[in-house]
Design a protein. Structure first.
Length: 265
């Protein structure tokens, strides 16, 4: 129970670290609304005067673009982990002595940041709804499965974010790798371009990566483009990636803990 309470404490701290900066929240909300409006406008222009493309009509493509932008903004904030800062300023030394393991501390904080950004995603979805860009799921089953897939995507994103942030143990400065990861993840997750419209060779490669489990899987299920056994298979892939990423995280942590060098305080 003490471990659970400690994890909840880290989660609350992460949430408060987001909500306390109201100016940043306002700026983030405005930025996301602009991004959603532009995404809707672009896809409506692309489909102007056209029928369905590869079986995807204009309404589905526009709804996908809007929802994916909101989901990606929640899952991948610019500062998604405090681990690099803790390593650089020497706080890692104190963190390693806490009863709650370092990985759980960071995961709790990252989860709190994600929860704190939920209002931004809600604002973006509200803007999309006002513009008539959202569609209703095809039924109760797809809605429930989409919720499960969204939870799976959140777990995959948290694990990927943590693994990438652990590069700091080797480099101390990870601004470059984080930027590459952010933009790479945005593309490979299907946030910028749905997997439907990717060439077969590229889509086949992307489906072997964990990123599509973060955005493409829940959104495609929600919109009814992936149904039945295919939808269940995508959720199963999420579970497989969660297991794989947990193993990778443990291996990286075993190597990283031997490279701890305390700087600063």
């Amino acid at each position: 129970m003490r471990t659970v309470r400690a994890f909840r404490g880290m989660t609350r701290a992460g949430t408060r670290s987001v909500l306390i900066y109201r100016g940043d929240l306002l700026t983030g909300a405005v930025t996301l609304v602009i991004q959603v409006v532009l995404a809707i406008a672009v896809w409506r222009i692309v489909y102007s005067g056209r029928g369905p493309v590869d079986g995807i009509d204009a309404g589905t493509a526009v709804a996908y673009a809007a929802i994916a932008a909101c989901l990606q903004s929640v899952l991948l904030p610019w500062q998604f982990s405090t681990l690099p800062m803790r390593i650089r300023n020497g706080q890692i030394a104190a963190d390693l002595t806490r009863p709650l393991g370092l990985m759980w501390q960071v995961l709790g904080q990252n989860l709190g940041v994600l929860i704190g950004r939920f209002p931004l995603g809600a604002i973006g979805l509200a803007a999309a709804a006002l513009l008539g860009a959202l569609t209703v799921p095809p039924g109760v089953g797809p809605t429930v499965l989409a919720i499960v897939a969204t939870a799976g995507g959140i777990v995959v994103a948290l694990l990927c974010n943590l693994i990438v942030s652990m590069v700091t143990f080797w480099t101390f400065e990870v601004s470059g790798p984080l930027i590459v990861y952010r933009f790479g993840s945005s593309f490979l997750s299907g946030s910028l371009i749905p997997l439907w419209f990717m060439p077969d060779w590229l889509r086949g490669a992307v489906e072997w990566l964990p990123f599509q489990a973060q955005v493409y899987t829940p959104v495609s299920i929600y919109l009814g483009q992936t149904r039945g056994g295919a939808a269940l298979a995508l959720v199963a892939v999420q579970l497989v990636w969660v297991a794989v990423l947990v193993v990778v995280l443990q291996l990286v942590w075993q190597r990283a803990r031997h490279r701890v060098v305390v700087q600063g305080g």
